[in-house]
Design a protein around this ligand. Structure first.
Ligand code: NAD
Ligand code: IPM
Ligand code: MN
Length: 371
């Protein structure tokens, strides 16, 4: 059996707490002999800064390049508020995304039937929700130059961030969205602000042109990003695949998370281009949520976004879509049995901590595999 290289980067805050639950699920897979793993672990974020003086070491980046999949917990926290901008914990994550050219960020928002009452919206608006946000991840205002704060002669300061997109960057993310739509509901909604931004105008034109070059079978709509935000909370089930830029995708995915019950439910996959020779793609899997400093260290964080990120790794990097499906069904079963961490708690449910939730998913997974 081929060995798959996994790199675990637990990070900061609740990162290590939710990663421990991924380890539990990995142990089930290994014990059953379903996949042979070579698992390595390293530091990222504030925990890396404390040791190396920077948010990720070159050695850890090299390991990420060599891995079949990287799993990341979360980075950041108030402890590092004072560190220089280029060394802040988030810089470690951004460097990984850029260095590995992980341009396609898939953020599925699925409302499990058992959680429809935990959503911020009414049950009928979210029950059965299954949408996919495809966020461009290596361009836009996150990485555009110049990016600086300068002193003005009048004693004031001037801050600049630059939103830049080139044709190829929009083309390749649009292709990912169309391909995904084909194996889902066959609809793509592209979001930008073409009414005020040149990059929005180009985005709109390139998505339209890409659609015309072999994706006409997919239904394409364009929506202004602000209006899409409104529609997401008005009638989210109208969407199938949403494709948008780096910043809009960041914001809209946090909004979408509350439709599913909690930010603690949303996984993500960040993928690079397919290597034409090996057919492999670099990939990093992480929850959409952050290090949750307000609950870190208490053992109450919801590990399901992290565990569902492992399911995405099984599907997109480890060639085991069936196993991914089984793990998703284990999560659904545990929720159906009433297990709830605090963030998705509803009256009458069984309130559990991070470890109990992880144990329950691992046990349900084990049972489904045996069936
Ligand atoms: P956050 O996602 O960490 O937390 C927002 C809220 O959601 C908090 O109330 C938190 O308790 C709750 N929450 C998040 N994940 C949860 C989980 N798994 N279970 C239960 N509740 C959960 O966002 P924030 O507070 O704005 O940011 C905190 C730090 O995390 C910042 O330094 C930020 O830059 C960083 N961050 C990192 C990532 C990442 O590593 N990918 C993502 C977002 C934010
Ligand atoms: C996310 C996070 C990151 C982002 C931060 C931590 C750099 O919010 O992954 O959604 O803004 O992309
Ligand atoms: Mn975010």
């Amino acid at each position: 059996m081929a060995t798959h290289k996994l790199l675990l980067l637990p990070g900061d805050g609740i990162g290590p707490e939710v990663m421990a639950e991924v380890r539990r699920v990995l142990a089930v897979i290994e014990r059953k002999g379903l996949i042979a793993f070579e698992i390595d672990e390293d530091l990222v974020g504030g925990s890396a800064y404390d040791v190396h003086g920077k948010a990720i070491s070159d050695e850890a980046v090299a390991k990420a390049h060599a891995a079949d999949a990287v799993l990341l917990g979360a980075v950041g926290g108030p402890k590092w508020d004072g560190v220089a901008y280029e060394h802040r914990p988030e810089a470690g994550l951004l460097r990984l995304r850029k260095d590995l050219e992980l341009f396609a960020n898939l953020r599925p928002a699925i409302c499990y039937p058992a959680l429809a009452d935990a959503s911020a919206l009414k049950r009928e608006l979210v029950d059965g929700l299954d949408l996919m946000i495809v966020r461009e991840l290596t361009g836009g205002v996150y990485f555009g130059e110049p990016k600086e704060i300068t002193d003005l002669p009048n004693g004031q300061k001037r801050a600049v961030d630059t939103q830049v997109y080139e044709t190829y960057e929009i083309e390749r993310i649009a292709e990912v969205a169309f391909e995904l739509a084909r194996v889902r509901g066959n609809r793509v909604t592209s979001a930008e602000k073409r009414n005020v931004m040149k990059s929005g105008l180009l985005w709109n034109q390139v998505v339209t042109a890409t659609h015309a070059q072999g994706y006409e079978d997919v239904k394409l709509d364009h929506m202004l990003a602000d209006a899409l935000g409104m529609q997401l909370v008005r009638a989210p089930k109208q969407f199938d695949v949403i494709v948008t830029d780096n910043l809009f995708g960041d914001i809209l995915s946090d909004v979408a998370s509350m439709l599913t019950g909690s930010l603690g439910m949303l996984p993500s996959a960040s993928l690079g281009a397919e290597d034409p020779v090996t057919g492999k793609r670099k990939a990093l899997y992480e929850p959409v949520h952050g290090s949750a400093p307000d609950i870190a260290g208490k053992g109450v964080a919801n590990p399901l976004a992290m565990i569902a990120s492992l399911a995405m790794a099984l599907k997109y990097s480890l060639g085991k879509p069936d196993l991914a499906d089984t793990l998703d069904r284990a999560i659904a079963a545990v929720l159906a049995n009433g297990y709830r961490t605090g963030d998705i708690y509803v009256e009458g449910a069984k309130r559990v901590g991070t470890a109990e939730m992880g144990e329950a998913v691992a046990a349900a997974f084990d049972k489904l595999l045996a069936a």
